[in-house]
Design a protein around this ligand. Structure first.
Ligand code: ASP
Ligand code: MG
Length: 408
């Protein structure tokens, strides 16, 4: 018997015909004793459409009501999918996030899964149902509906797979796996057969859109193998797991990622005393704004103050604005400069540790292309440069060519 979670994204369930095709595919591959949980996103662009609808009412961020609105998208999908299975003669039942036992934190729009009690899912599976669960949503301890952040259905799927000890979590999407770079930017990007959680996490965090980073993190924590593959073809996909075969590890670089959802903030002339950096970042943290690259620079001419530059997601700018306002009015800072035309380009690979040439190679390519690096940050398995958004696609292409096309 196999216990499998299969997640289908918005484009995979965009129409009733596509839903029927999923039903056929799932049933064709299912052995009688297999237990299957299906996690679905909202149909097509439904979530975007709902966001647009809300914008027609208000430009303000109504966290709770927004989640109430957005979760309806997934609820449509689960009901229709469960009906489609039943029409095909397969017992099926749909559950919202709350019904599936997904408890989240109180952070509307960005709920974190605190607990997942899969009793109801297990019972329905034992009764030979295919269980269809709404992705992207949960419920707080107070009974309020929350969402897990855009793209959150991946997280739902992996969390359920972890909670029920599934053999694998299959992520069906409109691409057929994880590529060495975004094939829309780099046409000769290659499909990766196997990748470690660590590498995938870096790729996802650094902008490879295939999977939500949180989902990869969760897969790693619970040891759930994640198999990314296409809804629309039978091709082999990419397996994300702890260990890859020896041969795969020989690669120094697994991929080149980019992220345009970046804004650079520079706080000029902040007092160079204990407590001020803390104040800036703790207030951002309170607003749930993730801070990414941070550089504090030293001013020789005027030692009393310093400048701090950091990056946040461009989509968090609105949220961060109130913090900046408070800083400007309540703290003795000279100025706060916001540049929302920045982007990150990164190379990722577990094999790069102990190979000092990688950073030089990457910087060399940027220099050859006359691209200025504003900030550099590194982890054990990645190097990231902050550069201007307008040149990021060409940077990705050139870096990919440098590391991959000279290889064979
Ligand atoms: N429907 C939600 C979104 O578009 C969740 C998801 O697709 O994973 O963000
Ligand atoms: Mg979606």
């Amino acid at each position: 018997m196999a216990l499998i979670v299969k997640k289908f994204g918005g484009s995979s369930v965009a129409t009733p015909d596509k839903m029927r095709a999923i039903v056929q595919r799932v049933l064709k591959g299912k052995k009688p004793e297999d237990k299957i949980v299906i996690v679905v996103s909202a149909m097509g662009d439904t979530t975007d459409d709902l966001v647009a609808l809300a914008k027609q009412i208000t430009s303000k961020a109504y966290g709770r009501e927004m989640d109430m609105l957005l979760t309806t998208g997934e609820q449509v999908s689960i009901a229709l999918m469960a009906m489609a299975f039943q029409e095909a003669g397969q017992k099926a039942v749909s559950f919202t996030g709350a019904q599936a036992g997904i408890k989240t934190s109180d952070a509307f729009n960005k709920g974190r899964i605190l607990a997942l009690k899969p009793a109801r899912i297990m019972k329905a599976l034992e009764q030979d149902n295919i269980v269809v669960v709404a992705g992207f949503q949960g419920i707080t301890g107070h009974g309020d509906i929350t969402t897990l952040g855009r793209g959150g259905s991946d997280t739902t799927a992996v969390a359920i797979a972890g909670a029920i000890h599934a053999d694998v979590c299959e992520i069906y999407t409109d691409v057929d796996g994880v590529y060495t770079s975004d094939p829309r930017v780099v046409p000769n990007a290659r499909k990766i057969d196997q990748i470690t959680y660590g590498e995938m996490l870096e790729m996802a965090k650094l902008g490879a859109g295939v999977m939500q980073p949180r989902a990869v993190e969760m897969g790693s924590r619970f040891g759930v193998p994640i198999y990314v593959r296409s809804t629309f073809s039978e091709d082999e996909g990419t397996m994300i797991q702890e260990d890859c075969s020896m041969e795969v590890k020989q690669y120094l670089i697994r991929g080149v990622a980019s992220d345009k959802n970046v804004a650079k903030i520079t706080v000029l002339g902040i007092p160079n005393k204990p407590g001020f950096a803390y104040r800036v970042f703790s207030e951002l943290a309170e607003k749930n704004v993730d801070v990414d690259m941070i550089v504090q620079s030293v001013r020789y001419a005027n030692e009393g103050v310093t400048d701090i530059t950091f990056t946040i997601a461009r989509t968090d700018l609105e949220e961060a604005e109130s913090v900046f306002h408070a800083l400007r009015t309540e703290m003795p800072v000279e100025d706060i400069i916001i540049d929302d035309k920045m982007a990150k380009v990164s190379v990722v690979g577990a094999g790069m540790a102990g190979h000092p040439g990688i950073a030089a190679g990457m910087f060399g390519v940027l220099s050859d292309n006359d691209i200025n690096i504003e900030i550099i940050s590194t982890s054990e398995i990645s190097i990231t440069c902050l550069i201007a958004e307008e040149v990021v696609d060409s940077a990705v292409k050139a870096i990919h060519q440098h590391f991959f096309d000279e290889e064979d």
